[in-house]
Design a protein around this ligand. Sequence first.
Ligand SMILES: C[S@@+](CC[C@H](N)C(=O)[O-])C[C@H]1O[C@@H](n2cnc3c(N)ncnc32)[C@H](O)[C@@H]1O
Length: 265
Amino acid sequence: MNNPNDFSRDAWNANAENWDERMGDNGNDFFNILCWPVLASFLDLKPDSHLLDIACGNGLTTRRLVELGAQVTAFDFSSKLIEYAKARTAKYASKITYHVIDATNESQLLSLGEGKFDSALSNMALFDMADIQPLFRALPKLLKPNGTFVFSITHPAFNNASSMHVMEEMDDDGEIKTVYSIKVSRYMTPHHQRGLALRNQPKPQIYFERPLQYYLNMGFQNGFILDRFEERAFPPEIQQMTPLGWGGKFSELPAAIVARMRLVS
Ligand SMILES: C[S@@+](CC[C@H](N)C(=O)[O-])C[C@H]1O[C@@H](n2cnc3c(N)ncnc32)[C@H](O)[C@@H]1O
């Protein structure tokens, strides 16, 4: 893997058809149960807000934002995913502008327009980016004063590339119990490794793992404060798709976080 960013772009292009087919118009449980309800409440949209949808994939969040009344500029570095996004949101074309842009390139980001956006959104994508410094440097320029950046990521402590899903059985004071837990062996030091965003996808992509403090400090160093934050776990009644996949058996362990950062100047 010579250049992880190039590897990552190639992988997202190779997986674009599979991703589009499986996420469809409505997304999966991670999106609908863990992320979207909180993202939508943190966005606090006003009529005609102009939103930036960062790493928009096949346009899942872009469409939801338009349906909430926003004007949306959306981008992704996968040209294939942008084609799928355009096709899936064709009926909202007058409310959306799409771009193929790499979030690791600050000048490409600034070409989107300075002081233009009320809020920026990134759903489940920051850990897919080889470098998030250019994005955090550009956002204070792209956003209007007091603008917000709302994002969701897999929980860096419980749901990272080293997480092992464990099922054990015990005799608990005369009652046989099954206990589900997560074993984590790497957290503090940023690193990257290949992984699967969706099981059986054509090509592994890369996860860029960082501890929570990395994300928060990146915001603080660039003029943001953290003003909303939630850790998100599946409710107990949600069935897992596979015996040890994320779902209600892990209801005490959060698989994702959703955060809102606000510019203080
Ligand atoms: C897990 S998908 C999420 C897509 C979309 N936000 C959603 O909620 O369905 C991650 C996305 O990040 C994009 N991505 C990864 N690195 C990127 C970069 N450097 N610049 C722009 N997009 C990137 C991928 O192409 C992919 O569409």
